[in-house]
Design a protein around this ligand. Structure first.
Ligand code: NBY
Length: 828
């Protein structure tokens, strides 16, 4: 503990670290100290970035005593820890959350004002760490927030990408990606620990030899290696004194690797080796559903998982710890299949390094892992070609074959003579490769989906043979979102109203929002609620004006669809609704004055290689430009598509929404989490019976939710019959007129073919059945307009949405994981 030099004699050396005084004066003193000693500038000469960096360090200092104390307690009490393994963490800005967790917001604001600084300017200086694509990465961030707040020991493990999710720009309506240089102005929230670096091996071959005990053993002789440098981030619990750790790994060349080449005299080659190693954590892959079978991606996956297991075993366990007891000390939660290579890695460590017998090693391994699946799309399931895997990780491929052999023996025992079943269930599919979801299912103690419908479909459609073999392995944990970031921080006025009405217990016990239900009938409360909604609309209007030069009209229904661009999510269906409204006005079927004044806001990134998604973005922008410029709908319909939707924008946009668009084809969206954030901020949902929408609707009630479209069984039936989108086009004159308007060239300067890719696909393929749901969607939108016309009734529903969706706190999700999967309880 105290290092090699013996007992310290200075009394301060063993005193617990204290936080700076919780007062404006104490804060100012600390802030100026940080500005002077960390940034090396006096206040008078400091830049905004200097001030932001000093502010971040100051807040960090307040958290430090708690972090040290948390770590001391973990060291002393050796509780079971959750090792959350995730290739993505979409954290959002850190400053506001840290201020909230330390209850310093007011003190900081006052202190900075006394220094002549507006804290809002410093908040705006922070570049969010965008180390994730979308829902999956944001979920990981919500979960670690909840675990810290619930006093559960957890280490989040992941990758410190030098470039996170690309920065989206639009050039003539088309998406153009720019690198996300989030580290360029310094990163005040991270603590690098190069001294705790871990070596990770790759490539080479394996050798068999006879060990001292006379048994045959295997030795992996790797060809090259890299160093993983840990960067620690604080994960503060909300006002509870706990600070957990998020440990992100950065890749560096190892000394040995350099030296070898330096000694050969090839300096340039040695420097290239450095670059080669550092490439591993260079950039986040921007695909959010179709995995790229790229070698570098597998390197990333193995890199962070190998670092994390090594780190946990070497640094979290006491010397001489018997690894047979590892499951008592950790569950590694696999956030989708991206970290599944951890399974053969733990087997390798136990067998090759710790001399475990196969059965012992497997028993330990399977009790250490649990797997969360986040998809239903077949193309989203990761499969690694065996030759690639064998080249990069030869020992791991052998172990996977062995795991598969043992597993298939179990299948044959359970279903004698059913060779076809064994074939279907094989982890290794001939011709394809290693099916990572199967490996995860075989290895995990538990397998969970992320909403009730999804978990059901996972059992019935994606992994039916596995659920037949191990029914008790499958469970559901419905996703949740952190109320700290997505209500308390993002909607300060609403938070104040809730506090004034029911006290502030809801921030850590979100079901208490139920106590607001009676206030839905209180005209005074409704008026306050409506005023806050209007205030949030002005706030986003101000932001979009400054950020994007977009002007939002006053007094509109704010209709928001924000999520990654994917055909299954059906942004094109939203677009058809908009174009249909426009077409009806253009052709005189309805008067512009009959259209409910509405602003539709889109926010969405497309995977750079996903042509259809990019074309859809292009079309949305062109439709927006045309309609926004056409006086015929002036003041009636406005389309806003701010570029680079991210967590920071979401925090301002979601609280301003009246209507939440959750319109995926039923059976396709595993859960959705944006849907929860909108409901909690008092938006009504227009949505299909998909993902967590199903549970939202059940809780808020049919009267307060606009359901439309086919149900999942109806989708399956239509698919089985043979879906023909063209028949809908032919049969529905309004749908035909809508698609024809796009093909007419009005949105493309007369070019009738510019959007052929999107239009022809809808007419002829339409894999996600947008045309089949069009009528029902348009009818539901008409109901929306009708309801919105009665503001009292709308606000009542909005309040009930908020009051009834406390279930979707990620604190509740974590309680479910603790009970159903991790079998552990919060502890101090
Ligand atoms: O995970 C999302 C689901 O689509 C959404 O329904 C769910 O609410 C959310 C949290 O459970 N999935 C998701 O965001 N997936 C990815 O971001 C992703 C990223 C990378 C890859 C695959 C999926 N990949 O293969 O590289």
């Amino acid at each position: 503990d105290l290092g090699p030099s013996g007992k310290p004699t200075h009394p301060l050396a063993t005193a617990p670290v204290g936080a700076p005084p919780h007062s404006v004066d104490g804060f100012v003193k600390e802030f100026l100290h940080e500005l002077n000693t960390n940034q090396g500038v006096p206040l008078s000469l400091s830049s905004v970035n200097d001030q932001y960096m000093a502010l971040a360090s100051t807040v960090r200092n307040y958290l430090m005593a708690r972090w040290l104390e948390t770590n001391r307690k973990v060291h002393e009490n050796k509780p079971k820890t959750i090792g959350y393994l995730s290739a993505e963490y979409l954290l959002g800005r850190q400053l506001g959350n840290a201020l909230l967790a330390t209850d310093l917001s007011d003190i900081a604001e006052k202190g900075l004002a006394l220094c002549g600084i507006d804290i809002a300017t410093l908040r705006a200086q922070e570049v969010e760490p965008g180390l994730g694509n979308g829902g999956l990465g944001r979920l990981a961030a919500c979960f670690i927030d909840s675990l810290a707040t619930m006093d559960v020991p957890c280490v989040g493990y992941g990758i410190r990408y030098e470039y996170g999710i690309f920065r989206q720009t639009f050039v003539d309506g088309r998406q153009v990606e720019q690198p996300d240089t989030w580290l360029s102005l310094g990163s005040p929230w991270e603590f690098p620990h190069p001294e705790a670096s871990v070596q990770v091996d790759f490539g080479g071959h394996t050798e068999r030899y006879i060990g001292e005990d006379g048994r045959e053993r295997v030795r992996w002789v790797p060809a090259w290696n890299v160093l993983g440098v840990p960067y620690n981030y604080m994960v503060p619990g909300y006002l509870n004194g706990r600070v957990n750790t998020l440990r992100l790994w950065s890749a560096q060349a190892t000394k040995a690797f350099d030296l070898q080449i330096f000694n050969s005299g090839d300096y340039a080659q040695a420097v290239r080796a450095q670059t080669f190693a550092e490439n591993i954590s260079k950039v986040l892959y921007p695909e959010d559903s179709t995995p790229q079978g790229k070698e570098l991606r597998l390197q990333q996956q193995y890199f962070f998982v190998a670092c994390s297991l090594r780190d946990f075993i070497d640094h979290s366990l006491e010397d001489g710890f018997d690894l047979h007891n590892l499951p008592e000390r950790v569950t590694f939660q696999l956030n989708d299949t991206h970290p599944v290579i951890a399974v053969p890695e733990l087997m390798r460590i136990l067998i090759d390094e710790y001399d475990f017998e196969w059965d012992e090693a497997w028993d330990v391994t399977r009790r250490c892992f649990a797997y969360t699946c986040h998809t239903l799309l077949p193309e989203a399931l990761e499969v690694w070609p065996t030759d690639l895997l064998g080249r990069l990780l030869p020992r791991h491929l052998e172990l996977i074959y062995q795991i598969n052999d043992h597993f298939l023996a179990e299948v044959r025992e359970a279903f004698p003579g059913d060779e076809l079943r064994a074939h279907h269930m094989s982890i290794i599919s001939h011709g394809q490769g290693v099916r990572m979801a199967f490996l995860a299912t075989v290895a995990g103690t538990k397998v969970n989906g992320v909403a009730e419908l999804h978990s059901q479909l996972l059992r019935d459609k994606v992994l039916p043979d596995f659920s037949a073999l191990w029914p008790e392995k499958f469970t559901n944990v419905t996703n949740g979102v952190t109320p700290r970031r997505f209500v308390r921080l993002s909607n300060p006025k609403l938070s104040e109203l809730i506090n004034d009405t029911i006290g502030n217990g809801w921030v850590t016990d979100l079901e208490r929002l139920k106590e607001l239900e009676p206030y839905a009938d209180d005209p005074e409360f409704r008026a306050q609620f409506a005023e806050i909604k209007a205030w949030n609309k002005h706030r986003i209007a101000d932001l979009l004006r400054a950020r994007d030069g977009i002007d939002l009209p006053d007094g509109h229904l704010v209709d928001v669809m924000v999520k990654r661009l994917h055909e299954y999510k059906r942004q094109s269906l939203k677009l058809l609704h908009i174009v249909s409204l426009y077409e009806q006005v253009l052709s005189g079927k309805i008067a512009a004055s009959e259209v409910t004044p509405r602003t539709v806001v889109f926010g969405s990134k497309a995977a750079p290689g996903y042509a259809m998604a990019k074309e859809t973005i292009h079309l949305i922008n062109k439709v927006a430009a045309t309609i926004n410029a056409d006086p015929i709908l002036e003041g009636r319909l406005k389309i806003a598509f701010p570029a680079n939707y991210n967590v920071t924008l979401a925090e301002k946009l979601i609280p301003a929404a009246d209507l939440s668009e959750q319109i995926s084809l039923a059976g396709m969206e595993a859960s959705g989490t944006g849907n929860m954030k909108f409901a909690l901020n008092g938006a009504l949902t227009i949505g299909t019976d998909d993902g967590a929408n199903v549970e939202i609707r059940k809780l808020v009630g049919d009267k307060h939710f606009f359901l439309f479209g086919m149900s999942e069984p109806e989708v399956a039936e239509l698919g089985a019959q043979g879906y023909n989108p063209h028949s809908y086009y032919d049969a529905n004159p309004q749908l035909k007129a809508t698609l024809d308007l796009i093909s007419s060239g009005v949105f493309s300067n007369g070019d009738r073919h510019l959007f052929d890719m999107v239009v022809e696909n809808l007419k002829n393929q339409d894999r996600f059945m947008a045309l089949a749901d069009f009528d029902s969607y348009v009818a539901a939108q008409a109901k929306v307009e009708e309801r919105y016309a009665d503001q009292d009734s709308w606000m009542r529903s909005a309040i009930l949405n908020m009051a009834r969706t406390g279930y979707f706190s990620s604190d509740r999700s974590m309680r479910d994981y603790l009970q159903r999967i991790w079998h552990t309880t919060p502890m101090l």
